[in-house]
Design a protein around this ligand. Structure first.
Ligand SMILES: Nc1ncnc2c1ncn2[C@@H]1O[C@H](COP(=O)(O)OP(=O)(O)O)[C@@H](O)[C@H]1O
Ligand SMILES: O=C(O)C[C@@H](O)[C@H](O)C(=O)COP(=O)(O)O
Length: 339
């Protein structure tokens, strides 16, 4: 029996809630950002990347967010439309707010950082008035991106979306998604992250992100098992903990533990893996696959994205991930312990 029971009577498969931004990735990479002169513009923002990833995999995707009233806002909205993502619940900020701009620094294939311009940002001006109860009721699942909790009024809008989801049997997925910008204190972060994590059904995050969320209840940090048990005790059915190139582990509330090593690739950058991972893992879950197959699919997509220049344009289709995994298993064998 599937760990997660999605309500198949709902029209939309998934609705991420949070930022849509733009990534400017250096074309002349493998050097410090201040030495780069040429950039390629991509749609960005983790929840937006996940929306693109799941649309590429054929899912019926919506989105709740707010964009700037300018060319950048129109760029990202039109990009969504071309990908078949519903934009009816993407509001336009009318007080001069800007779209988030992320300048990425790719120092080496394993050493990257991101510089985010997020002052007066449109996505954090999302209000409770922008949250449509019927739209959430019509979705099998929503994804709350942690950064949407970083400031009001977006914070209250995201929390309202969770309440509507719980009211209407819409699955709540929490992508912890830590970005240091905008957060005023670690205590504030821990309070709001954990308030969503206590209401969610599935949590995905890196080990570092879980440590931040648990910094009040476990100041010295926790092991993965302790973390998983903690959040499953609140009703989460699945907890996925990612460890970068060391791989990832999925814990399920029926006692399952599934570890996977990453598929070896020549990485170009160290970011982007998480968004592809979430898209492909959740696709498998919505297809009713076993957790181990969801984990393998997510991990395969993640490896593809760390070896790509973008985090959105390069989101793969189902057959591309399948072929990637087939070739890697032919060469390197199983990456996940089966049976
Ligand atoms: N160098 C790498 N080679 C292959 N896969 C990678 C590499 N780095 C990350 N990944 C994959 O991307 C996933 C997510 O990366 P991680 O950095 O843990 O999360 P996030 O990107 O959300 O910060 C990892 O669990 C792994 O499957
Ligand atoms: O999250 C952002 O706003 C920037 C993203 O667009 C960027 O591609 C990135 O950092 C991806 O994050 P990850 O997939 O969690 O590594």
């Amino acid at each position: 029996m599937n760990i997660i029971q999605f309500d198949q009577s709902k029209s939309k498969d998934i609705v991420p809630i949070g930022r849509i931004a733009i990534d400017f990735n250096p074309v002349d990479f493998n050097k410090p950002l201040d030495e780069c002169t040429t950039f390629k513009k991509y749609l960005g923002g983790s929840p937006a990347n996940i929306a693109v990833g799941m649309a590429r995999l054929g899912k019926n995707v919506g989105f709740i967010g707010k964009v700037s009233d300018d060319q950048f806002g129109r760029f990202v909205t039109n990009y969504f439309r071309r990908e078949g993502i519903d934009t009816s619940n993407i509001a336009v900020a009318r007080q001069g707010e800007s779209l988030g701009l992320t300048f990425t620094e790719i120092l080496s294939p394993s050493d990257s950082s991101i510089l985010m311009y997020r002052n007066g940002i449109a996505d954090l001006s999302l209000t409770t008035g922008d949250i449509n109860e019927q739209y959430i009721q019509d979705a099998k699942a929503i994804i709350i991106s942690g950064t949407a909790l970083a400031a009001s009024p977006s914070r209250e809008a995201a929390l309202l979306a969770v309440e509507y989801a719980k009211k209407h049997n819409t699955i709540v997925i929490f992508d912890v998604d830590y970005r240091s910008y905008t957060w005023r204190s670690q205590a504030e972060l821990a309070i709001y992250y954990s308030s969503v994590a206590r209401r969610s059904d599935i949590i995905l995050g890196s080990r570092e992100e879980f440590n931040l969320m648990e910094s009040i209840i476990s100041p010295k940090g926790s092991g993965d098992r302790e973390t998983a048990d903690r959040w499953m005790a609140y009703g989460n059915k699945i907890v996925v903990i990612k460890h970068g190139k060391a791989g990832s582990t999925a814990y399920t509330n029926d006692g399952g533990v599934y570890k996977i090593k990453p598929f070896p690739v020549q990485s170009l950058k160290s970011f982007g893996g998480g968004d592809a991972y979430a898209s492909a893992f959740l696709y498998g879950l919505m297809e009713g696959w076993d957790i181990v197959d969801c984990l393998e699919f997510g991990s395969g997509a993640a490896s593809m994205l760390v070896s790509a220049h973008s985090c959105s344009d390069a989101m793969p289709q189902v057959e591309e991930i399948r072929e990637f995994i087939r070739k890697k298993k032919e060469e390197f064998g199983e990456m996940v312990a089966r049976g």
